[in-house]
Design a protein around this ligand. Sequence first.
Ligand code: ADP
Length: 468
Amino acid sequence: MRLVSRVSAFFKVALALSLLVNASILVTTVRYFLFEKFERQLHAALHTLVAAIEVEDDDAKWEPSDHTIALGAEEGLEDIRWVVLDEADQAIDRSRNLQWNDPADQSLISLMKSFSSTSHFPSTNGSWVLLNQQLAAPHPKPISERATSEHACLRVVVAGSTSEMYATQYQLAGIVAVISLLTWVLAGLSGNIFCRRALQPVREMAMRAAEIRSGDFYARLPVADHRDELAELASSFNGLLDRLQAAYEKQRRFAGDAAHQLKTPLTVLLGQIDVSLRRPRTVDEQVQTLSILRRQTLELQQIVESLLFLASAAGDRTLPSVDTKDLGLWIVGYIKNWSNHSRFGDLECNVYPGINFETSYPLLEQLLDNLLTNAFKYSLPDSPIFVSLSLVANRIEIVVEDRGIGIAESELSGIFDPFFRSVGARQSGAPGIGLGLAIVRNIAVALRAQITCESEVGRGSRFVLRFP
Ligand code: ADP
């Protein structure tokens, strides 16, 4: 089921329910008021009729003025039927709308006669609602002494038909039902159109997203001017495309740089081989050529290994051989490994024992190797290189600091990118391909640590590795 159909189906069901509730409330309210008016008229008619009975101590007389009685001018009163009955339930008077010779009226009159309730509450019989009241003389005369108009008691029964009231109700219910149905159909049709229009941006987004091919991160989804959820979704998706594009371009640059770095030693290798093949060589010349080729091959090997490490470290976040050791003692042992280096004497180690720390020590060793190699490479012999360990705000910090050529502030942000080399480094003639610090950063991420660098041209550099 399509989203448009689903949303409009929900809308139609909700609308149908609310129209149904509205119609029921309306019909019930009107029914209540109609019935209340009907009952009020019936009671008013009964009171008017009872007021025409004159009750004395020894008799009761039915004496409407001028022998006629008017119930009132209100609409509906003319339909009320009534009879006045004596103690023998003989009708002594009746409303003009009751015909003695009409069989329907005759059965209504006998119904009224048989209605003996003394209550003032209406009683329903078929489509008739009846009410009655009786007035009796306290000490009635014996029947032989009474005149024809004199009675021991008189009873008034009024009857109102509910059929007209119900007919009005059914008519109203029919009108309400038709109006509700028309409203539902019209609102349903316009709801379909509105839903389709409201969800149009989603269709456009889907179409635009389908157009994006792998590697083409330049297409963007349209973002609506009004800041609604769909606009937010489109901006988030565009943000994701921005990040993918940046990562993709970084990857492409990396592949290009890697190819470039591999190309230089390969060209040198090929040149050397071509030159040595031009004519027969003496054994000394062959040895010389082979040692040049070996040096170039070693350089190639180093580049390939670094690239492989970068590629695996980026994807593989599981740490190899994690150990808990005394970090200070471990650093002291690690520094001793450099004892054969020509600048070992420049190393100043400032660490203390007592910090037991769990990490991958082979990776930490590789990270420190790269930092120390750079410190040696980019500083003059006899200038000091400091390695220190400290706890700052409960965080372990390992610092490698030199007094070498330093890095310009404008270049600091790029030093951890693969293949980056500062102008100073290039001019210094120090060998390098710009992968050492990229590996340092990847190892730091794998160790869940943070690596930062502060540096000043001509004064030296300070690399800080912070563990959580
Ligand atoms: P490289 O092979 O060029 O040394 P790195 O990735 O190790 O590559 O370092 C990247 C760049 O950062 C270097 O080329 C250099 O410009 C700068 N750099 C790194 N360490 C230092 C340092 N200790 N002193 C000055 N510059 C440094």
